[in-house]
Design a protein around this ligand. Structure first.
Ligand SMILES: Cc1cc2nc3c(=O)[nH]c(=O)nc-3n(C[C@H](O)[C@H](O)[C@H](O)COP(=O)(O)OP(=O)(O)OC[C@H]3O[C@@H](n4cnc5c(N)ncnc54)[C@H](O)[C@@H]3O)c2cc1C
Ligand SMILES: NC(=O)c1ccc[n+]([C@@H]2O[C@H](COP(=O)([O-])OP(=O)(O)OC[C@H]3O[C@@H](n4cnc5c(N)ncnc54)[C@H](O)[C@@H]3O)[C@@H](O)[C@H]2O)c1
Length: 472
């Protein structure tokens, strides 16, 4: 066994681990990085990047089929599914160098392509090497959760890890799970010419504001996605090309392919966490607000920490850990300003509290400032004038924002800045947005907050009347 000493050992080279390794190494720490599978982790290889690339193919197909509104004849899109998947793989290949072993070695990181396993509270084995480090960061991500549905283990099914390797277009894609993966992939596939049925045990996009979720679901249904809610997959049977899902209520849904998108489970099983005194919860590794595990020298970040599971969260966690592990500074995670977006068309984005959460927490003190895309000139020009922004305001300061509509994900970032800095609606109102942009919805939401205070207000009218009498 070769023994290696490091300042920081990072286990997992995905969104979180790579950010810690790059930051720590460039700030002078001696860093060892372990990766048992693909550099770049889920986001690059099986998650964000391939899903958004496939969504882009689907958007191109949809655009051809719906061009007449712009004075350009509709065309039935000739979709070459294998070519769309080749585009997906090309996009991954273009981004991959940024996450590659070569780049990280160039930054001075020692990269070992092995799975890591704790031997003790301070030692991790990776192949024939044992690494000891002052601080260890677990960033091993998550994997698809395959629910224990009878028969599922006997039929060929897809997950996000295999979907993007498919070359033949599914005739009829069945999807178990109506969360973000299920909904994004359902719309992408219906636009690429597949039949799609989503079976959801509860409410599709169930974590989201119901009005916002309904807008997205209505659009998906209008495009031909069959979404069956409050229905659990009770049994799965069949064979490649002919698969049945039998719901717990006895309904049968037949398709050619099955995608399981029923949630995630934290990647902890290879780590031998007991040897290091690291406790887990039902959703991942137990951490405190500073992302330290029950072993004080070990941090857990990203999906494996079992909280919000997004690439930007893994990156945010990396910053917290660098501050704490490199500089010894106290550092705590906050969640109130962390946005999320689902990249359906239209998109759905949220930061802070939803309408219902804000009312739960703040009761009658919540005011809702709302602006509809219907009145945004750019959205009208682009024939994307469906949707709304809702800002939940308490005592003049936003506590949450929901945007459902064109480019929602692009516009939620501003509100993260507002929330983390506890800005007021009056500061938002001071911003000037270029005309005509979709981004004007943000300023108009602030306008909607102040309009009832300024327009038709007797006191304001009296003051204006008085000033007008005195002005020369
Ligand atoms: C289909 C899909 C679409 C998504 N779309 C988005 C999106 O649009 N936006 C967004 O923000 N998020 C999205 N996500 C979520 C995002 O991919 C994850 O939140 C993110 O990848 C988590 O980063 P991570 O560093 O925690 O884990 P990962 O990126 O998964 O990296 C973990 C790495 O650790 C390695 N590993 C595991 N165990 C060990 C071990 N014992 N030793 C060494 N290495 C190990 C794994 O091989 C992997 O490479 C999507 C996820 C999926 C599945
Ligand atoms: N745009 C994005 O940022 C994006 C996109 C995709 C995924 N992600 C991340 O990946 C995570 C996982 O996504 P996901 O969609 O797999 O999980 P999810 O947990 O969000 O949704 C899974 C859904 O499957 C349903 N379900 C579970 N078992 C079922 C059964 N037997 N029958 C019918 N329905 C069942 C659940 O009720 C739930 O609604 C997300 O929470 C998110 O953090 C993010």
């Amino acid at each position: 066994m070769q023994r290696i000493k490091a300042d920081i050992l990072v286990i997992g080279a995905g969104s979180g681990g790579l950010s810690v390794a790059a930051g720590a190494s460039q700030m002078g720490a001696n860093v060892v990085l372990l990766e048992g599978h693909e550099m770049g982790g889920d986001c690059l290889n099986y998650g964000c990047v391939p899903s958004k690339a496939l969504i882009a193919s689907a958007k191109a197909a949809h655009g051809q089929a719906h061009a007449a509104a712009f004075g350009v004849a509709d065309q039935a899109p000739q979709v070459d599914y294998a070519a769309a998947m080749a585009h997906v793989r090309d996009v991954i290949a273009r981004i991959a160098p940024v996450d590659s072993q070569e780049r990280f070695e160039g930054l001075g990181v020692r990269v070992i392509r092995e799975y890591g396993r704790f031997l003790s509270e301070t030692e991790v084995q990776a192949g024939d090497r044992v690494i000891t480090a002052r601080r260890i960061v677990i960033a091993t991500g998550s994997s698809p959760l395959v629910p224990p549905v009878p028969g599922l283990d006997k039929v060929p099914y897809l997950t996000n890890e295999t979907l993007f390797g498919l070359n033949e277009r599914p005739g009829h894609l069945l999807i178990i799970g109506g969360g973000p993966i299920g909904m994004e992939m359902a719309q992408a596939h219906v636009r690429l010419g597949c039949r799609v049925t989503v079976i959801e045990a509860d409410r599709a996009l169930g974590r989201e504001d119901p009005e916002a979720a309904a807008l997205i679901l209505d659009r998906l249904r209008a495009e031909g996605v069959e979404i069956v809610e409050a229905t659990s997959a009770g049994q799965v049977r069949g064979k490649a090309g002919a698969i049945d899902i039998v719901s717990t209520g006895g309904r049968i849904f037949s398709g050619t392919h099955l995608l399981v998108a029923a949630g995630r489970k934290a990647n902890t099983e290879r780590l031998n966490l007991e040897a290091a005194g690291i406790e887990t919860t039902r959703s991942g590794i137990r951490t405190d607000a500073g992302l330290r595990t029950t072993n004080r020298r070990v941090y857990a970040i990203g999906d494996v920490a079992g909280g919000l599971q997004f690439t930007h969260v893994a990156g945010y966690h990396a910053g917290i850990v660098i501050r704490s592990a490199l500089f010894g500074l106290p550092s705590r995670t906050k969640t109130a300003h962390i946005p999320r977006a689902t990249y359906t068309d239209p998109e759905l984005a949220q930061v802070g509290l939803t309408d219902a959460e804000a009312r739960d927490r703040h009761g009658g003190r919540v005011e809702i400032a709302r602006f509809d895309y219907l009145h945004n000139d750019r959205a009208i020009a682009e024939r994307s004038a469906e949707g709304f922004i809702k800002v939940m305001v308490v005592k003049g300061r936003p506590v949450g924002v929901t945007i459902a509509g064109h480019q929602a994900g692009e516009h939620i970032g501003l509100w993260s800045l507002v929330l983390i800095n506890n800005l007021k609606m009056s500061q938002l109102a001071a911003m000037v947005s270029p005309y005509p942009t979709i981004g004007e919805i943000n300023k108009r939401a602030a306008g909607a907050y102040f309009s009832p205070r300024l327009f038709g207000n007797r006191t304001v009218e009296r003051v204006v009347g008085l000033v007008q009498r005195w002005l020369p």
